[in-house]
Ligand binder design. Structure first.
Ligand code: NAD
Length: 338
């Protein structure tokens, strides 16, 4: 099948070309993000492949459908960037990669927690500069700390399993209980209790209308003084302005982000010679207790192999008229995890 692949970097090409030996699709790589301006590049491509920051809103989908596209294959688990109702109306099939390596994201989350707590990023720079002072590097034992996990699906469960090994007390909030987590000793509580009792809150639920700005001024008011907040899920789970206020008042004692609400203007590009126009993002970078990575939690060899393989299998299933387990239904825009 002829596939227009958007938002591609050299690493995407490498893994997709290798996985394609078993599928023999005609892959055409485009570097730009997919949006209404770039959608005409996919003219006469029955399949289009996109990533997390591609804008698959109604105008983009209408252009794709008018130019002959029938299938949108996402190289991601999240599908919050797709207008599912518009896609259904246009008869477009949406497929995704629901699980490629929950370990990749969970392990990166733990990496952020340890780095932020023990200030390893600051220590690394200091030692290279010949500064061996410990001032400002004080951390805390994770052992016996209370961690609140919001969303105990595939990633949240692995985070819970790893943190159990550290000897943490684990609280969770989810619209569905995960029996593996319950067996592990995770206690499900209301969100307000999770916020008020946790020394560390980590977000692993999808971005939906219900979870948009889940962390806002009201929830921050419920946080424990000096708590640590981690978001490796989706940027818009957090109201950035409210979080900046929380950092200034020291209600939030430390923040690590792998995702950011306006990340599509920044992440995945080398902007080191540009003037960054996003003042909120720049303000975040001024805090010594904020650590940001640029949406790299998924980025392991295993995850990239699985993303490439599942994406191409999804396309093959569609081409051969086979039922595909990875189709995203319009209902999932309201209730993502039935
Ligand atoms: P999953 O579907 O296995 O789990 C999501 C969990 O969130 C489910 O248990 C679900 O019941 C729960 N949930 C849904 N709505 C909720 C709500 N309103 N309140 C509380 N919980 C709710 O998904 P996953 O594989 O664990 O991934 C979680 C999220 O991680 C994805 O949605 C995606 O946004 C993000 N993600 C980020 C990266 C990255 O590189 N940073 C990579 C992959 C996934």
């Amino acid at each position: 099948m002829k596939v227009a692949i958007f938002s591609t970097k050299s690493y995407d090409r490498q893994f997709l070309i290798t996985a394609n030996y078993d599928h023999e699709h005609e892959l055409v790589f485009f570097e730009p993000r997919l949006n209404r301006e770039t959608a005409p590049l996919a003219k006469n491509f029955p399949a289009v492949c996109g990533f997390v920051n591609d804008q698959l809103n109604a105008p983009t989908l209408e252009i794709l459908a008018a130019h002959g596209t029938r299938l949108i294959a996402l190289r991601s688990a999240g599908f919050n960037n797709v207008d599912l109702k518009a896609a259904a109306k246009l008869g477009l099939t949406i497929v995704r990669v629901p699980a490629y390596s929950p370990y990749a994201v969970a392990e990166h989350t733990i990496g952020l927690i340890l780095t932020l707590n023990r200030k390893i990023h600051r220590a690394y720079n200091r030692v290279r500069e010949g500064n061996f002072s410990l001032d400002g590097l004080l951390g805390f034992d994770l052992h016996k700390r209370t961690v609140g996990i919001v969303g105990t699906g595939k990633i949240g469960q692995i985070v819970a399993q790893i943190l159990k090994g550290f000897g943490c007390r684990l609280l969770a909030y989810d619209i569905n209980r995960n029996p593996v987590c319950e067996e592990l000793g995770v206690t499900y509580v209301e969100l307000s209790k999770l916020f008020s009792e946790s020394d560390l809150v980590t977000l692993h639920c999808p971005l939906t209308p219900q979870t948009h700005h889940l962390v806002n001024a009201d929830s921050i008011a419920q946080f424990k003084q000096g708590m640590m907040l981690i978001n490796t899920s989706r940027g818009a789970l957090i109201n950035t302005e409210a979080v900046i206020q929380g950092l200034k008042s020291q209600k939030i004692g430390a923040l690590a982000l792998d995702v950011y609400e306006q990340e599509s203007d920044l992440f995945f590009e080398d902007l080191s010679n540009e003037i960054i126009q996003d003042d909120l993002f720049e303000r975040l970078l001024t805090f010594p207790n904020v650590l940001i990575t640029a949406h790299q939690a998924f980025f392991t060899k295993e995850a990239m192999q699985n993303i490439a393989e599942t994406t191409l299998s999804n396309i093959t299933d569609y081409q051969e008229g086979r039922s595909c387990p990875n189709i995203v239904n319009v209902q999932q825009s309201i209730a993502p995890n039935p």
